[in-house]
Design a protein around this ligand. Sequence first.
Ligand SMILES: [Fe+2]
Length: 401
Amino acid sequence: MGIAYFRTAGTLLTGTGSVTAIGEQAVLLKASKVALITDKIIRETGLLSKVMTPLAAVGLQADIIDDVVPEPPFENLEMLAAKLTGKGYDLLIGVGGGSALDVTKVLAVMLTNDEDVREFIGIEKVKKPGIPTILVPTTAGTGSEVTYNAIFTDTRDSVKKGIVSPYLLPTVAIVDAELTLTVPPTVTAATGMDALVHAVESYTAIRAGELTDGIALQAIKLISRSLRRAVYNGNDLKAREDMSMGSLLAGISLGNAGVGAVHALAYPLGGKFNVPHGVANSLLLPFVMKYNVVADLEKFAEVAKAMGENVSGLSLREAAERAVTALAQLSQDVGIPSNLKEVGVQATDLPALAEEASKVDRLLQNNPRWLTANEILKIYDEAYGEEGESVNSPMSEEVHA
Ligand SMILES: [Fe+2]
């Protein structure tokens, strides 16, 4: 066994109501001038009062900066950094989905490093730690609150690019399910399936290890038992709690064991067809796992068990394959489109998508089964679907939007 690093946020606060402790955390960090980074949609929901009130109780008034845009380009970071620079901020609080949290992580290091943000693209390119951050996710989730990477759109070539540095790890992450109660069903479904993909991919990844395996399996268990309820009854706090904890655990596992081919094949769908990240991952998950399953029958059988499937009496092979059908069923049940045609991909697009996905070496090398561009094309072909085969649930149309 080689050396394994295990990294996560400095402090994790979990549980319903945990956001009320944000004031204490800011005091512990000796904050005196605070910026709250978010987007306009979150601001309109009124959720920010749940952060501002406990801050006010300790005498802190945060400046609200609500200019984060979805799938943020590097220009968004540059604009925000210009707003924050020279103002003496000593704590950034990020509130929102993956975009707001990723932006907050990178802004914190932009305030202490002189280089252009594009020089941070890649692995460990950031020179110095940033100012402290507290991240508060409002979806379950990207896991961004516990990972040390951040993804942005490069408008020069329409490709998503990552900044990977331990300096991006937040000082504090606060995961409070109450903040997710108003998330609409389509977003709950897509982000919840993304979290499940994080758990399944990191559990079966080449870099998976003892520290991450148990965490990933617990995430699979929590998400599998509660995602349907969280989607179809958003007010079910117990289901939302499972999803918030499942997403956090999946994020911890992903942050240390990495993800694989599902994410690699999903990226071009986001970049070229604007398919939301969670929808792209969820759609591709059964097809990639069908390909991967023979590479680790034991682990896939464990996935099936964690999903609550009854595998007694089944052979190892049958139990492993049960995981693939259960994942496809869950994705379909929460209204994710079941083939690429439904998200606007044409058959003639597939070779270019495969070419693009085959370049995502960082993820492909972590997949349990080797893939060439040819195998990737075969998986896309299968995911493309045949005429009349598409499964249209009542939610499919909204998920496209
Ligand atoms: Fe993801």
